[in-house]
Design a protein around this ligand. Structure first.
Ligand SMILES: Cc1cc2nc3c(=O)[nH]c(=O)nc-3n(C[C@H](O)[C@H](O)[C@H](O)COP(=O)(O)OP(=O)(O)OC[C@H]3O[C@@H](n4cnc5c(N)ncnc54)[C@H](O)[C@@H]3O)c2cc1C
Length: 406
């Protein structure tokens, strides 16, 4: 996005990418439908960047959900709106968008250098790269670093930049998994029966509270061999992770019947059971089957099933203790990264004037729902504009850069 912004301003851009192909993570994001953004009230939208609302506000105000959709349309990619204002490419993949974007960048003169891993700066301030042919250097009037976080390292972003910037004296918040699954100590019986199937748990309300923080949302998640994952878990994942890190118990509670009041549920359970087994009584009275029934058996004490009132209360508040988040390498995104205190208001590194930073490498996090891509685009756009303004100022480095490109 920074390259796009600079090229649109008529500035020559060289893009260095460590991998043999660009945009691997964006393409991978397409496998999940590519949620580009969410159309909602700005204050709600901004609330999805916990603790970083004020730092990100100017970038997301300039380039938010509307601009993200305009940008997709500028690439001839039609978008569709799903539930809750979520916006996707009509194709629900990233292939067309990535292809059209790379074509536009190519047509506007981008010089793409694949297989170039940035290693830092040499003593003369030149950028160092490792290539298949050995080390090489390059000079530039302005630099934008958009090196990503540390999840799914096979897609290119490994977080190796942290050593380079830490050696410059930059403060970097530790990487932690975000938008990740959480492990649950399921019994072997439950695991064998349900968990290997990756079964969805739809239309439930997840409730979590720890100290001053509380969360309550309707949605769905996925029951997997190791525990729970999916959008509801991701939405409160930072609270769950922080709670576990603070040594607290991360106990999520599910209302398995959000449309039925507890009393109505109890009345249904009180219907005569006759000679039916408990399982078929639960199926007949409440349509409680499959993985929902499995979870009820797994986490509600046996004796509670004999008491309709208590069982109704338990089904409206099913407790599942989470053990730990899954590792960063498996996560969808990364929390932590380059601290905002290292950057000025225009995303420029205070310790390296003329070097700007953008995207997931910065210390913010957000749930899935397009909040990640929108913020990467927004900060990329802002870094591109700031680099353009920096070059316009006619700094000594700009003169060197001009000489290089004439
Ligand atoms: C499976 C999956 C599904 C997702 N779905 C969504 C979604 O639907 N909606 C959403 O908003 N977000 C989604 N995301 C997250 C989103 O894709 C990322 O937040 C976003 O791609 C981050 O962009 P970035 O440019 O900051 O980093 P990246 O996309 O990781 O790009 C960083 C690039 O820098 C390169 N690089 C790293 N180090 C060096 C170096 N030293 N030298 C040269 N190059 C280097 C890497 O190879 C990489 O290409 C998903 C992520 C995953 C993994």
């Amino acid at each position: 996005m920074a390259a796009d912004t600079l090229l649109a301003a008529g500035i020559a851009v060289d893009l260095y990418e460590a991998m043999p192909a660009p945009a691997r993570k964006l393409l991978a994001a397409g496998s999940g439908g590519l949620n580009l953004t969410t159309e909602e009230k700005f204050s709600l939208f901004l609330g999805h960047y916990p603790g970083r609302e004020e730092r990100l506000r100017p970038f997301l105000k300039d380039f938010g959900p509307r601009q993200t959709q305009d940008w997709a349309r500028s690439l001839d990619v039609a978008t569709v709106r799903g539930a809750g204002g979520k916006v996707y490419p009509a194709s629900r993949t990233a292939a067309e968008l990535t292809h059209n974007w790379l074509t536009r960048l190519d047509n506007t003169g981008l010089r793409l250098h694949l297989g170039h891993r940035w290693l830092g700066w040499d003593e003369a301030g030149r950028l160092r790269f490792m290539t298949g042919q050995g080390e090489t250097t390059a000079e530039a009037g302005a630099v934008v670093l958009a090196l990503g976080g540390g999840s799914r390292p096979q897609l290119g972003a490994t977080g190796q930049w942290r050593q380079i910037l830490a050696a410059e004296g930059c403060a970097i918040a530790p990487f932690r998994p975000a938008n990740c699954g959480f492990e649950v100590d399921f019994s072997e019986h439950f695991r064998a029966r349900f968990a290997h199937l990756r079964l969805p748990l739809k239309n439930v309300v997840l409730i979590f509270s720890d100290g001053g923080q509380s969360f309550r949302k309707r949605g769905e998640c996925l029951v997997t061999a190791y525990g729970l994952e999916g959008s509801l878990i991701y939405a409160c994942g930072h609270l769950l992770r922080d709670s576990l890190e603070a040594g607290h118990e991360a106990l999520v509670r599910f209302d398995l019947f959000p449309d039925t009041p507890q009393q109505a549920l109890a009345e249904k359970l009180k219907r005569p059971r006759g000679r039916r087994s408990l399982a078929s009584h639960l199926e007949k009275c409440l349509s409680l089957t499959g993985v929902r029934r499995g979870l009820a058996y797994e986490f509600i004490p046996k004796e509670t099933f004999a008491d309709s009132e208590a069982l109704a209360a338990a089904l409206k508040n099913l407790p599942i203790p989470l053990l730990r988040p899954r590792p960063l390498a498996e996560a969808i995104s990364t929390a932590g990264g380059l601290c905002f205190s290292e950057l000025d208001d225009h995303l420029m590194l205070k310790r390296r004037p003329g070097v700007f930073c953008a995207g997931e490498m910065l210390d913010w996090e957000a749930p899935t729902g397009g909040y990640l891509i929108t913020c990467c685009l927004a900060t990329g756009h802002a870094a591109g504009l700031a680099a353009r303004n920096w070059l316009k100022k006619g700094s000594p480095s700009q003169t060197a850069w001009k000489r290089l490109h004439e």
